[in-house]
Design a protein around this ligand. Structure first.
Ligand code: GLC
Length: 829
């Protein structure tokens, strides 16, 4: 055996032993590097470099702060350039110039300067104004020409490994990458993207459900972003395997990435939203409290849950129906005994302000049609088969149209999921997506208000890794590509089919979809939750880093099963979980089938009373949350934020992930460990008010605060105005009347906010039917002057009152006026 072979085998063994299936030990220095530039051509938008080894590299200027790099190794770039993630490809080319130097070619926009070194071919990004280096290749882009990594690849037929490597900054921090069971700052870590069903995951488990190959780098207060738009199994290493480099690569597909320059993280997130799509506004009730269980049945149990909520004066907007509502797990059916009249149920619940969201898994029961008289062959004690047991229309229709996934051989791919043998739809087929979307009529006709897409990694009980699916083919825009390319986009396309279907079937209502898996762009179609967590303190401590990381990855509408999904929780854990999730966009208590009951009242009155306090506060804060949600929709900047997003100049925030902010005004420091009644809180520079006492703190330091179980430490930024509505138990129970503006003046006596409102249900906001009201406050000689600007937009919320409360002292000053929908100035003395 040659020494080289031995080394390779040893490397393989190390992978198997040390990393299991998540082998990320690829040594990218061994790969073939793209050779030097031989010549280049320029068009209005791009420069294409022809390399000595016949590779091609294209640099496209999309915006002054957005550059795309695309490379084909030892061949010309293919004409086909399709990505499911991209929402916008018609960019107006900004001003840019090209300068040719002896050793390099320099492209300059108003914001970024890209130096392409000819030999070796290294790409360097600099700030166009300061010329400071932001990001630079550590080695030329590389590919596995010799199949060095073939044995280490998950699917050796996937394609050729491609990689790009960047010099790791001595003080560089990394954020994003979507759903990762990891801390906020990803420096020195490495990750794999391969959508995986990972129940009971704990910190460090990787990969889990989603793939968002987008990250932010931050050094010296300047941020950049990289979106590696490659749906194959991909790898990101932020200085884990070497002190020198941060690299990314994939087991096939193109080296194609987008480089975003900030320097502000918020600006990058806005561009990312422009490129991959904005989250549409969900209905306002999606911000309401939600309750779920695997599974509530029969229908009377669902009614009882709603009744308990109302009787106990606990707010609730949604109950979820998990898989047992179906007839033998057949999607688009209702069990005729457990839910004989789903429409009546949704109407009954609707009268109490409660909506139903139903789970829809991608696994369609494999059920070839059988003659009606099959019942003769059955046991005489069960002669009557339900119609769905005789013939399953979804299977029949899908099969006759050839919408189901097949293996390369042409055989149907038959995974095992909840219904047993099942089939998956090829959602990359446009007509299959349309068909799937239309099937949702079965739910809408029964008053179901939203759809929960689960198991869409896609999970297959035969083999969760995807090995059982490697030869499954997807249409993929005519490419007929295999699983290696399509797994990570399966959920994106399913959610797209669902969202588009709901939109088509109910054009006057905003669709509400929740997904478990996803790929970049998923925010266009769906909200998400973080899958099967544990009812444990360790799992709870992942909430803040995961929600904030998802927000930094283009997914603003996130949440986790409140109280944890698997295992046995307790009252204290549940309360602490609500003290985080009452401000998360998605607030849903959910529990596994054999888990301990954990509805808010299950651990006794003491805990229930505290949970009520936070749920009530969530509903009062709806005007504030909704305004922040609209900002996320419009700008891509999430509402649930890590402090670094608001204070990126402050290194104290770089790995701070046990506190979070909602928008830019509210800072929350929950307790995430048992029996802790005090904690340290970092307050960034500026003045902060304790939300509960109005006590003022000077920021830029750590403070120690009391945090008994009843109280989550919460602070308001001086200069903020927080709009609140009345207490209510479901969205729409009352109008926002009076609207109370809690004013927290800064040292100069100023405060300001912008309130966003619309009808909360229809897509009319997209046509300008909203109202935006700017309110600012200044200190005057004898009190404060409140200026309400004339609102913009065409939405009219009707007559109501505005209350203003100046919270500058423990005895707030207060004034109430009628809102006449016009600008005016008032004084508070
Ligand atoms: C998956 C989901 C979980 C659901 C269960 C049954 O484990 O993640 O939320 O309750 O399937 O549908």
């Amino acid at each position: 055996m040659l020494v080289g072979d031995m080394k390779r085998i040893l490397a393989g063994i190390v992978c198997v032993i040390g990393l299991g299936s998540s082998a990320a030990a690829q040594d990218i220095t061994q790969l073939e590097k793209i050779s030097s530039v031989a010549s280049f051509t320029k068009t209005e938008k791009a420069i294409t470099f022809d390399c000595q080894d016949h590779s091609q590299v294209r640099l496209t200027v999309l915006a002054p702060d957005l550059i795309r790099i695309r490379a084909a190794f030892a061949k010309a770039l293919p004409a086909n350039d399709h990505s499911w993630a991209i929402a916008k490809d018609d960019w107006n080319t900004p001003r840019w110039i090209l300068s040719e130097m002896a050793d390099s070619i320099v492209v300059s926009t108003d914001e970024v300067e890209i130096i392409v070194h000819r030999s070796p071919l290294l790409i360097e990004f600099r700030d166009a104004r300061t010329h400071e280096v932001i990001n630079v290749d550590e080695q030329p882009m590389a590919y596995d020409a010799k199949g060095t990594l073939a044995g280490m690849m998950f699917d050796s037929n996937a394609g050729m490994f491609v990689a790009a490597s960047k010099t790791l900054g001595f003080d560089e921090h990394f954020y994003g990458l979507g759903e990762k069971a990891a801390r906020l700052d990803k420096r020195r870590e490495r990750f794999i993207n391969w959508n995986s069903d990972t129940p009971g995951y704990t910190e460090g488990k990787d990969p889990i459900y989603q793939t968002i190959p987008f990250y932010l780098g931050l050094q010296h207060g300047n941020a950049y972003g990289i979106f590696f738009d490659n749906s194959y199994r991909s790898y990101f290493d932020f200085g884990h395997s070497s002190q020198q480099r941060a690299w990314f690569g994939a087991e096939g597909g193109e080296m194609s990435y987008y480089f975003f320059y900030g320097p502000s993280m918020k600006k990058i997130l806005s561009r990312y939203a422009e490129l991959t799509g904005h989250m549409p506004m969900p209905p306002m009730w999606a911000l309401g409290n939600q309750q779920s269980r695997w599974s509530y049945y029969p229908d009377t149990t669902v009614e009882e849950v709603a009744r308990q909520y109302r009787e106990r004066d606990l707010p609730l907007d949604v109950i979820h129906l998990d898989i047992d509502y179906m007839q033998a797990y057949r999607v688009f059916t209702f069990d005729t005994k457990r839910f004989p009249k789903p429409k009546d149920l949704s109407e009954k619940l609707g009268k109490q302000g409660v909506k139903i969201v139903a789970i829809v898994d991608p696994g369609v029961k494999y059920q070839p049609s059988v003659p009606i008289n099959i019942s003769r062959g059955r046991s005489p004690s069960n002669p009557e088969l339900d119609p769905q047991d005789r013939r399953y229309y979804v299977f029949d229709d899908g099969l006759s149209h050839n919408y189901f996934q097949r293996r390369k051989s042409g055989e149907l791919f038959i995974p095992k999921v909840w219904p047993g043998d099942s089939v998956f739809v090829d959602y990359s087929l446009p007509e299959a997506r349309r068909w799937w979307g239309d099937l949702h009529r079965a739910y809408l006709d029964n008053g179901i208000a939203g759809i929960w897409n689960d198991m869409n990694e896609p999970s297959d009980f035969v083999d969760q890794t995807g090995k059982n699916q490697t030869d499954v083919v997807s249409y993929d825009e005519g490419e007929n590509s295999t699983h290696a390319k399509n797994r990570n986009v399966f959920a994106l396309l399913e959610a797209r089919a669902t969202y588009d279907g709901l939109e088509r079937l109910q054009p006057n209502k905003r669709p509400y979809v929740i997904t478990r898996a996803g790929y970049a762009g998923i925010q266009r179609y769906s909200t998400m939750w973080t899958g099967d967590t544990n009812s444990s303190w360790e799992s709870l401590a992942l909430n803040i880093p995961m929600f904030t990381t998802l927000g930094l990855s283009g997914e603003p509408f996130v949440g986790s099963d409140v109280g944890g999904f698997i295992g046995r929780g307790n009252g204290e854990l549940l309360v602490r979980a609500y003290q985080i999730s009452f401000l998360a966009p998605f607030c849903r208590n959910h529990k596994v089938i054999d888990g301990y009951d954990q509805e808010p009242w299950r651990f006794g009155k003491y805990y229930e009373d505290i949970i009520r306090k936070y749920l009530k506060l969530r509903y009062q804060l709806l005007p504030f949350l909704y305004t922040s949600l609209e900002e996320a929709h419009r700008t891509g900047v999430p509402l649930f934020r890590p402090l670094v997003l608001n204070y990126q100049e402050d290194p104290n925030t770089y790995n701070l992930d046990d506190e979070f902010m909602v928008g830019k005004d509210l800072l929350v420091a929950p307790v995430q460990r048992p029996e802790i009644m005090q904690r340290l809180v970092y307050l960034p520079k500026g003045v902060w008010y304790d939300y509960w006492t109005n006590k003022k703190y000077q920021g830029g330091t750590m403070i120690r605060v009391d945090a008994p179980l009843e109280t989550v430490p919460m602070f308001v930024r001086a200069g903020a105005i927080i709009p609140l509505g009345p207490q209510m138990n479901y969205v729409g129970e009352k109008s926002f009347n009076p609207l109370t503006f809690e004013i927290y003046p800064d040292d100069d006596g100023s405060a300001a906010t912008t309130l966003y409102e619309d009808d909360g249900v229809s897509p009319a906001y997209q046509r300008g039917v909203f109202r935006r009201t700017i309110i600012d406050v200044k200190r005057a000689k004898t009190g404060y002057v409140v200026n309400i600007a004339a609102p913009t937009g065409n939405y009219n919320p009707g007559p109501r009152e505005f209350s203003f409360v100046i919270n500058s002292s423990p005895t707030p000053k207060f004034v109430r006026i009628a809102d006449e929908g016009r600008g005016r100035t008032i004084e508070i003395r």
